[in-house]
Design a binder for this molecule. Sequence first.
Ligand code: GDP
Ligand code: IMO
Ligand code: MG
Length: 428
Amino acid sequence: MTVDVLLGLQWGDEGKGKIVDVLTRKYDIIARFQGGPNAGHTLEFDGIKHVLHTIPSGIFHAGIKNLIGNGVVIDPVIFQKEITALKEHKVDVKAALLISRKAHLILPTHRMLDAASEAAKGKNKIGSTLKGIGPTYMDKTGRNGLRVGDIELTDFEERYNTLKGKHEQLLSHYDFDYKADLAKMEEEWYAAVDAMREMTLIDSEHFLHQALAEGKKILAEGAQGSLLDIDFGSYPFVTSSTTTCAGSCTGLGIAPNKINKVFGIFKAYCTRVGSGPFPTELFDNTGEELRAKGHEFGATTGRPRRCGWLDIPALKYAVAVNGVTNLIMMKADVLSGFDSIKVCTHYRYQGELIEHLPYSIDENLIEPVYEEVKGWQADLTGLDNLEDAPQELKDYIKYVEDKIGVPISILSVGPNRTQTIQLEELAI
Ligand code: GDP
Ligand code: IMO
Ligand code: MG
């Protein structure tokens, strides 16, 4: 069997959690392949609204295995809190969750380094979620990191202290008081590591190879979005992992030729949280309206999300980098009530009209060029099939499909699991 991948095509928060939850019943295993608690994946159903950070979004479906892959970075404290919150919903997390021994651990001092580095950058800060993501991936590639498998070793504490020592040296170069909270954070961290030892830790690449050999169906769940990718995102205002499709291979140990469908999720407009360029950002009432209607506030940090119109050159770029086979358009309901909707189809870049995403999308270099399409007034939140949709929405879907050259397979018209319309047979 093969692996399908689901990932974000914009700057994150496209609605990945919701759609993974919707699709979970079609799969045997849901596997997160990168990122960490910088992610906030929201699921809504049966009166429950739940935000997941590290745990895959298939966790509410009994009988499905959920894997935290080797490409993920885990903060044991946040992870423990997630487990406690899920237990309140009667989810048997221990039975449903597997953790890769090769996943890296976020230490308290990683979080401090993140905060110190951001503070030192001043107005040039990345706008990090301050969860220690950057420093943890730096230790991974710098070959200093601690991994989940290390917690089973007798010299774990020694390894911890060696890495903490390195971090303290680095921290001493910053004008940043890290000492005040450290002892308390470490105590909490060690308690959470003890709890993690009770979970099922596995050599996950072998588990997945075996699952494939047995004909199991796997869905790889991405975090963040393609425009936050360490290579292809709006560097340096990106996260520190490979958020694009290739990340599912390195983050799970799956070979590229095992990948079948690539589901690319995007909002019918665009948002970004944190710093960095955003060509179609709106600074006017329309931007405010999108934020208010779309409840655009970060699921992890609560920060207001910056809002703007759909950016076709950026979307086309993400589709190409990921090899997207099926598009999923989210939050169409939020666009109800606009007389017209703008779509960026080109950029004016250094005096030229271009259709591709250039090296720099800094606002001083690039100006979005828009086309305007007719909006619709009807409330979509009760819509359950495309036939009953306003003609203008049908036209918008067709317009985007034609621009991108990939079909939109699923349309989302509200945050609830049920507010999801399948537009074509998925054959999973
Ligand atoms: P993720 O990080 O990609 O999983 O997305 P987030 O959970 O951070 O952000 C998506 C937000 O939009 C959440 O609050 C969802 O409940 C909500 N949402 C998802 N799909 C829809 C939709 O179609 N319409 C509306 N109005 N909200 C949606
Ligand atoms: P999900 O999975 C939106 C952004 C941060 C910041 C930059 C770097 O919910 O879509 P980091 O903490 O990774 O060092 O922050 O990336 N960012 C996200 N934005 N959704 C996310 O995840 C994000 N994870 C990180 O705001 O700009
Ligand atoms: Mg999110």
